[in-house]
Design a protein around this ligand. Structure first.
Ligand SMILES: Cc1cc2nc3c(=O)[nH]c(=O)nc-3n(C[C@H](O)[C@H](O)[C@H](O)COP(=O)(O)O)c2cc1C
Length: 208
């Protein structure tokens, strides 16, 4: 598939068909992740595929329970935080399925990375290079998924201490995101369109 077609196809998907994901596709996707640029050349990234239903449930709740809103009144209240119509539409669909999307997807991938300095001690941007690199890996994964006809979404846990214990993640490593993976049901959330013309600046941001 043409690269720009892949880029245009990638979208966040939170509802999946029950159709299983072929292992060879999944492995190609993860191989693409491992080809991403890495700050220290070492690609200290690890992938956990959560298959066991009980483990799935535990992981899904630890990653997303704090973000999950199913009660209509609470949902309306939460949506008041955002004024952009397309963004509100996205949250209206996304907030009620934060846990479900991780439990019901055919595959659940948890992406971990070596973090040499605890986040609380990262005082300068350079200290965040480990985090920056894992997101390059994650974007390669998302694009490779789209090339394979697979979709998902990145879900970032707010707190990882207990999650790391449940997943057996060793000291010195962190969880970057959980990614449900599967074939999409037949709808996509409307995309926010952004014009390049408004985003591009020459020589200087300000036009004074
Ligand atoms: C760092 C990051 C964290 C995100 N966290 C969540 C999340 O917790 N739950 C969710 O449903 N989507 C999450 N998303 C997906 C965004 O909502 C989505 O990318 C955005 O709405 C744009 O839509 P698109 O991916 O379809 O282009 C996250 C995306 C990024 C890049």
């Amino acid at each position: 598939m043409d690269f720009y077609e892949v880029v245009n196809r990638r979208k966040s998907v939170r509802e999946f068909q029950s159709r299983p994901v072929e292992e060879e596709k999944l492995f190609r996707v993860l191989e693409a992740g491992l080809k991403a640029p890495s700050n220290n050349h070492l690609r200290q990234w690890e992938f956990i595929l959560v298959k066991d239903p009980e483990q799935r449930k535990k992981v899904a709740e630890l990653v997303s329970k704090a973000k999950n809103i199913t009660n209509e009144t609470e949902l309306e209240k939460a949506l008041d935080n955002w004024s952009d119509e397309v963004q509100r539409e996205m949250y209206r669909k996304a907030l009620p399925v934060q846990v479900k999307m991780l439990v019901s997807s055919p595959e659940l991938l948890v992406v971990c990375y070596r973090l040499r300095k605890p986040l609380k001690d990262c005082g300068i941007l350079y200290d965040l290079n480990d985090l920056a690199s894992i997101w390059m890996c994650i974007e390669n994964i998302m694009l490779a998924m789209a090339a394979e006809g697979l979709y998902g979404v990145t879900s970032v846990p707010r707190e990882t201490a207990v999650l790391k214990k449940v997943l057996g993640v060793p000291e010195g490593y962190e969880v970057a995101a959980a990614i449900p993976i599967g074939y999409p049901v037949d709808y996509f959330v409307r995309q926010k369109t952004v014009s390049l013309e408004e985003k591009i600046h020459y020589d200087k941001w300000e036009n004074t």
